[in-house]
Design a protein around this ligand. Sequence first.
Ligand code: DQA
Length: 147
Amino acid sequence: MRILIINGPNINLVGSRETHIYGNMDYNKICDLLYERAKDLGVSLDIVQSNIEGEIINFVHNARDKYDGIIINPAAYTHYSIAIYDALKAVLVPAVEVHLSNIHAREDFRKRSVTAGACIGQISGFGYYGYILAMQALIHKVQDGLK
Ligand code: DQA
């Protein structure tokens, strides 16, 4: 089971950015923790991050045939990127959308996700633990033949 985590703009600043919303844990520390958990779950994990929409689209394209699942936090692009939605639809790799914060309990403009419609599900509001839940969800889905 090979999983790619794709993080969007400003996620690299988690740990210092709006800590009352995103927590104090440093982005690199979160990645280390996720690599550890992936090992326990028997998952081969890669994590990438970009602040640029086109790079995120390229990450999605390149996941084709290389990964069994994508976990994506498109960050602000969640709310308006039809291009990322189209990329996720195009590659046919099952994807789970993750948000550290509960986007449904924040400003109105965050409540709408354009990209979630191209995913098998969305996990929002559990901090970094959401990525672990997403790994478990993907393992379950893939083992279950995506039923
Ligand atoms: C976020 C929520 C988005 O609305 C915001 O633009 C982010 C982070 C989250 O993980 O909670 O940058 O995706």
